[in-house]
Unconditional design. Structure first.
Length: 124
């Protein structure tokens, strides 16, 4: 009986780990690409890494306020796509460059504060 419970618990852990693993991050990264392009940054290139500084700028983490911070860059601008998995809305945080004249899509483009821009420069 005890072995059966242990096997069930291990199976549940495996399912949860698979659901929260790289597939979830890749899916959110694809959503981020679409949203950033729809907002007017058509040639945005995304970086793969997640740094603690970028996560803090987006006010997300891996345990509390769960989410992702995807850094993107174009010739004229750079920023973060703040993908929040805790119920708060996603947003595009503009670190450098100008906002698009007429951003489309449903994700708001928010200009970063001077302090956030300075902090972001330390991790690029």
């Amino acid at each position: 009986m005890m072995q059966r419970r242990v096997l069930i618990a291990l199976a549940l852990i495996a399912v949860v780990a698979q659901a929260c693993g790289p597939d979830a991050q890749d899916r959110r990264r694809a959503q981020a690409r679409e949203a950033v392009r729809a907002a007017g940054f058509a040639d945005a290139q995304f970086q793969r890494g997640q740094s603690p500084t970028q996560l803090s700028l987006c006010k997300v983490g891996q345990t509390r306020n769960r989410g992702w911070a995807f850094h993107w860059r174009t010739e004229e601008a750079s920023g973060l796509y703040c993908a929040r998995d805790d119920g708060r809305p996603d947003e595009i945080l503009l670190l450098e460059g100008a906002r698009p004249a007429a951003p489309a899509g449903g994700i708001p483009v928010v200009e970063a504060s001077a302090a956030a821009r300075s902090l972001a420069r330390t991790v690029r």
